[in-house]
Design a protein around this ligand. Sequence first.
Ligand SMILES: *[C@@H]1O[C@H](CO)[C@@H](O)[C@H](O)[C@H]1NC(C)=O
Ligand SMILES: *[C@@H]1O[C@H](CO)[C@@H](O)[C@H](O)[C@H]1NC(C)=O
Ligand SMILES: *[C@@H]1O[C@H](CO)[C@@H](O)[C@H](O)[C@H]1NC(C)=O
Ligand SMILES: *[C@@H]1O[C@H](CO)[C@@H](O)[C@H](O)[C@H]1NC(C)=O
Length: 390
Amino acid sequence: MGRRWRCSRAAFLLLLAVASSSSSSAEDGPLVNGDFETSPPGGFSSADVQPPSIPGWKTNGTVEVVVSGEKQGGMILIVPQGDRAVRLGNDADIRQDITVERGATYSVTFSAARTCAQLESIDVSVPPASQTVDLQTVYSVRGWDSYAWAFTAAADGCSVVFRNPGMEDDPACGPIIDDVAIKKLFVPDRPKNDAVVNGDFEEGPWMFRNESLGVLLPTNLDVEASSLPGWTVESNRAVRYIDSYHYSVPGGKRAVELLSGKEGIISQMVETKPKRSYRMTFSIGHAADACKQPLAVMAFAGDQAENVHYVPDSNSTFQSADVNFTAKAERTRVAFYSIYYNTRSDDLSSLCGPVVDDVRVQLSRSVGIASPDPVVVLFSLLSVSALLLV
Ligand SMILES: *[C@@H]1O[C@H](CO)[C@@H](O)[C@H](O)[C@H]1NC(C)=O
Ligand SMILES: *[C@@H]1O[C@H](CO)[C@@H](O)[C@H](O)[C@H]1NC(C)=O
Ligand SMILES: *[C@@H]1O[C@H](CO)[C@@H](O)[C@H](O)[C@H]1NC(C)=O
Ligand SMILES: *[C@@H]1O[C@H](CO)[C@@H](O)[C@H](O)[C@H]1NC(C)=O
């Protein structure tokens, strides 16, 4: 575990050595003690020792290690994974210094649960970049979710900080954080004859192989620092990034599940040539997560919008659909949202929705000047002669 993320001189020298032998930088995966399971040198102390010693992390304010099964006021505290997680009191934070490559974009994946308050949120930052993630909506019945947030590194060394911005009356309230990981993102090359970047959604945030409910991508209007390169989540609710180990995914290993109805919109501005005709094709499917049908998406391409319903087919979990449009400008917006608000039929409360994958925007094959329909010609001739006769 004691890996590269500490910005100590030893780590720095080690990093230099690594850097000189290969060009790859920090590896992707959990932060040091990112699951908060590592015992401090003297063993886990009793809860009233403040501040608690949390290997790998620095704390400020009321930070508490919570143990799975622990109760508070009759309510069992949620520990997303393993035996331990941390809870942040009012205005408290935890941070870990990491080594990154200046100018590169990284995505931080973490699990979070709220405790008592409805309006809890968490500030995740790598100064100067930061975002407040709203924990009000619990998307899954188990009471916690994984989220991803991306930043572009302003320096080679930085800190990942989680802070509770709340000012609750009950200082024992506050979000619970677990399973923190990081991944360096790259922007995939645009495929030949296709205007969409990362249209197959294969490049995205870190996902734990054993994480069965995907990773939520909250609002992110900054396409330069997006956990889903090329795409923005332009609505106030999240969409879910899913993998083929736990879901049905139309192509490759990753896709997006639109689980917030009209409030979960992904979009991309694609390069187009004005006045040219294009065809956007995409897959729409069922994630095989017991999502109650009907499933449908609203697909936008320029000034065209198409309402596409998923038609269940015993032989396939997805179908392809298209939207034809004529570009009006050098850049055209393509976007998707779910028409319905769906929930799982097994627990009736976890949010789910249609899966979108393999989005492509291609120039339509040039069609020759359409020859007029002979029947129409005949009718026109007839009406002209009729007019002449009158
Ligand atoms: C701890 O948090 C308080 C309140 O947010 C802040 O004023 C203080 O500077 C922080 N201390 C450190 C060492 O970050
Ligand atoms: C999931 O995987 C991570 C490492 O990838 C591991 O630390 C964790 O214990 C695993 N969790 C479960 C519930 O198996
Ligand atoms: C599924 O596949 C079988 C065999 O290829 C075919 O007979 C059947 O019509 C297919 N069903 C549908 C709904 O396409
Ligand atoms: C788009 O155009 C293609 C061929 O040009 C056609 O096959 C397809 O049905 C059209 N799609 C829609 C939704 O009109």
